[in-house]
Design a protein around this ligand. Structure first.
Ligand code: NAD
Length: 231
């Protein structure tokens, strides 16, 4: 498969959301023009994004909403169950755990972790919060696909390392820090440790969104040029 720009994956998620909306409105057919208008990109961009993954429509006929939706769900890997742990069960961790939307996509919380003795042992959505020291043993016994990191910024690096050491390969990092792989020396060169191979980190930061928003409010004409691939 060709290298796929990160922005294309973000747009696929947007197309999926649009298709879900169309389905709730009993709309059964759409087109790249329609999707483009709703996603605020060009029809060329929609076709290009979808073409990375195959041929989904019929030329001149557009797309069948449930079929394209099913295909995007498959491409994004949302047709399987994802086991998730949350590390850091303070305000944000608890809000995430209590938000019901994740289960729509078969994201399943299997473990909750904290270090605060007042939080460890509490039951949140049928799960007992465990101490982060238990993370390694827990992941050995229960396969975990993703870890959500909702710890204070100065704890995020160590907590990320604990997740990766336990074998978790995907981290959704809410802490406003850049997670750095632990490096090891090899032949005088420092390299990320083997445990970081194939680890993906996605950062979520609503303050970053606010900063981008401030920029785009001041520079509205620059937005369109940046939402599409330029190559
Ligand atoms: P909080 O202080 O309410 O909760 C943090 C929790 O992490 C506490 O319960 C603490 O005991 C726990 N903790 C500390 N070290 C830990 C460790 N090693 N393992 C497990 N748990 C540990 O903070 P909050 O308001 O929930 O924010 C959490 C993080 O999310 C912060 O980094 C904050 O900056 C960030 N945040 C991000 C967004 C966003 O949009 N990305 C929004 C709000 C907050």
């Amino acid at each position: 498969m060709a290298d796929i720009p990160t922005a294309a994956i973000s747009r696929l998620v947007t197309y999926l959301r649009i298709l879900e909306q169309l389905e709730t409105q009993d709309v059964s057919r759409t087109s790249s023009n329609d999707l483009a208008e709703r996603a605020q990109v060009s029809a060329f961009q929609v076709r290009k994004d979808l073409a990375y993954f195959g041929r989904f429509g019929t030329r001149g006929m557009g797309y069948t909403v449930p079929i394209l939706k099913r295909e995007l769900v498959r491409v994004l890997g949302l047709n399987r169950t994802w086991s998730v742990v949350i590390v850091g069960m303070g305000r944000l961790g608890q809000a995430i755990a209590n938000y019901p939307g994740a289960s729509d996509y078969r994201f399943q919380y299997v473990g909750l972790f904290d270090v605060n003795p007042q939080i460890v042992g509490q039951n949140i959505r049928d799960l007992r919060v465990q101490h982060t020291e238990q993370l390694g043993d827990f992941v050995s016994a229960t396969p975990v696909d993703m870890g959500f990191l909702a710890v204070p910024p100065d704890r995020a690096q160590d907590a990320a390392q604990a997740l990766v050491d336990a074998g978790v390969r995907g981290i959704l990092n809410f802490a406003p820090v850049v997670i750095q792989p632990r490096t090891t020396e090899r032949g005088g060169v420092s390299e990320p440790g083997d445990e970081w191979r194939n680890v993906t980190i996605e950062n979520v930061d609503f303050l970053a969104g606010m900063k981008r928003l401030a920029f785009y409010i001041l520079n509205p004409t620059l937005k369109a040029a940046l939402t599409e691939d330029t190559e």
